[in-house]
Structure formats: structure tokens, C-alpha cells
Design a protein. Sequence first.
Length: 162
Amino acid sequence: MNIEPYQTKFLGAILDLGLRAWTPVFASIERELAPELYQTFYPDGWRVSQAQAITSVCAAAVSGEMAVWVSLPHGVPVGFVAAKLDPPTQMGEVYMVAVDPDCQGRGMGSALITHALGWLSSQGMGVAMVETGGDPGHEPARRTYEKLGFGLWPTARYFKRL
């Protein structure tokens, strides 16, 4: 599998695949959250928010604040992973991962995450973490992380609209 560092020419393809990859996730979030909370979190719709998040991650890669790699099996981006370092705690984070829905279930997400973990280790990080949702839409992500040896730290996050 061809995994290369992010280049700005990949942004459009990454935005497209990312939004398609997160469509079922955000549908699940919308089902799980109270409507007024969902509207508070995504007043302009989740696609706008997620496109901004992806664009910010890619900008952070260009500035060197984060590392992003792209899976290019046939020269076209079909997945990406972002990772960042926290040297004071020696903890690296797999910050964002997405794989084109047409390419999911073939180990691409695992390969991207494994690539990021190798980089985190090479940068002196002693621990890697990844955060994901507990809703049904995030189940495939949780399975991937567990398959790669991540252990769950149970947390609870509650929201109340004021």
C-alpha cells in the first residue's frame, strides 16, 4: 500500500472522501443526540463543520504542527490519517482517520494507523491514544482500534443545552 506525506494538491480529494466516510457516523450522532444539541453543535450542518476540521488538519500538516499521510494505492487519495505529538507527556495522538467508503474493509485504515504509530514511536512517544465516539456509527472505528491493540479507557461525557 502506497502511503505518502500529505501535499496540498490532495486537499480536494481528502475533503470528498472524508465527508463520504463520515456520512454514516454523523447520521448516527444525529440519531443519538437530542435535536437541540445536534443543532447547537452543527448549526450549519455537520458537513460544514467536518470540512473545516479536515481543512484545519491539512493546514496543520503544512505548518508542521501535525503529520498527515495519504493512502494512494493507484495515485489517487483513498484514505488519510493525521497524528500529533505531545512531547511533555510522551503521548502521541492518532487525531483523525478516514477511508473512502468504497475502500473500507480492506485493511487500509489499519495500515494508515500503523504508519502513524510507527512515526509516533520514532518521535519518542511512549504511548499513543485515539479518541472516538461510543455511538453505533463509530463501531467500525472502535473495532479497528481494538484490533490494533488500543485499550479502552471508559469515559462519560454529558451535555445539557443552556
